[in-house]
Ligand binder design. Structure first.
Ligand code: NDP
Length: 315
């Protein structure tokens, strides 16, 4: 049978390119989990994906009710779940004020981390039950977890501090909107959320890999300077960033190439190792990358897991 893979945020950028790459193999049915149904339908069409290879299902990660409804509908569909890809993200580098999810969490961490945390926890049993030869849970990371690189050191740097803001619910009322308890900074909130993504992947690995055989992985696909992720950035930045990445940093990858990389993490029989943060070198060969001390801190990973369980209503 075909493999069944859910990809969140498959309506643009990396998620769409990955859906396209997997659809082209003819071996996968892709469930595009998107907040904008029409946009996703148009995107799939313009990517040339054939109807029999995909299904679009509504999912708004900025609402925990929507996450629960999505999971219920998926379970009722009777489809197996072989791979889950947590890819969607929001990035608000120029926001002066925070925005919030339906439950009142700061939007970047609420969407990128808490929405995906609930989604993957609720779908873990379905992955366990899959009889597919290699079942996987992939959470897309970023370079911000890698302080050994130039790009991982651009300020503001990710820093989760003692997690006091997260413990308080990130709501700006009785707690800060930032995980570390500091002043709101949209670029930092995004980077913090990505560190949470990478820590969550490792915590999943420690808790569930041995018993379930599921491969848990994260990756940095390279800098895809052309995606919608930068849509809220100032126009001059959007003009200069792609050539800067291409010619100076040399970290630029096209959406197609990045999609092929994530598709490898979904389906390549040689990438089954669990607990790994994949990156690619200049020749597009994959390697196991090292994470920064904070993005590999076991104690912090456990605390974030426990605090997140409370915030999403699992504990
Ligand atoms: P895009 O903005 O193109 O894609 C993000 C996707 O997330 C969109 O499909 C968007 O939906 C979706 N999304 C946003 N909010 C929600 C929500 N509340 N519910 C459901 N879906 C939502 O950016 P990229 O493709 O660049 O980003 C994809 C992933 O790649 C992210 O995890 C990002 O952190 C990561 N990444 C990107 C890099 C880059 O250089 N671009 C580098 C490293 C990592 P919609 O289409 O409706 O807006």
């Amino acid at each position: 049978r075909k493999g069944s893979v859910i990809i969140t945020g498959a309506s643009s950028g990396l998620g769409l390119a990955t859906a396209k790459a997997l659809a082209e193999t003819g071996k996968w049915h892709i469930i595009m989990a998107c907040r904008d149904f029409l946009k996703a339908e148009r995107a799939a069409k313009s990517a040339g994906m054939s109807k029999q290879n995909y299904t679009i299902m509504h999912l708004d990660l900025a609402s925990l009710d929507s996450v629960r409804q999505f999971v219920d509908r998926y379970k009722r569909s009777g489809r197996p779940l072989d791979v889950l890809v947590c890819n969607a993200a929001v990035y608000q580098p120029t926001a002066k004020e925070p925005s919030f999810t339906a439950e009142g969490f700061e939007l970047s961490v609420g969407t990128n981390h808490l929405g995906h945390f609930l989604l993957s926890r609720l779908l873990l049993d379905d992955l366990k039950q899959s009889d597919y030869p290699s079942k996987r849970l992939i959470i897309v990371g970023s370079i911000t977890g890698n302080t050994k690189t130039l790009a991982g050191n651009v300020p503001p740097k990710a820093n989760l501090g003692d997690l006091r803001g997260l413990a308080g619910g990130l709501n700006g009322l009785n707690s800060s909107t930032m995980i570390d308890g500091g002043e709101f900074d949209g670029a930092k909130a995004y980077k913090d959320s990505k560190v949470c993504n990478m820590l969550t992947m490792q915590e999943f690995h420690r808790r569930f890999h041995e018993e379930s055989g599921i491969t848990f992985a994260s990756l940095y696909p390279g800098c895809i300077a052309t995606t919608g992720l930068f849509r809220e950035h100032i126009p001059l930045f959007r003009l200069l960033f792609p050539p800067f990445q291409k010619y100076i940093i040399k970290g630029f990858v096209s959406e197609d190439e990045a999609g092929k990389r994530l598709a490898q993490v979904v389906s390549d029989p040689s990438l089954t190792k669990s607990g790994v943060y994949w990156s690619w070198n200049q020749n597009s060969a994959s390697f196991e990358n090292q994470l920064s001390p904070e993005a590999s801190d076991e104690e912090k990973a456990r605390k974030i897991w426990e605090l997140s369980e409370k915030l999403v209503g699992l504990a």
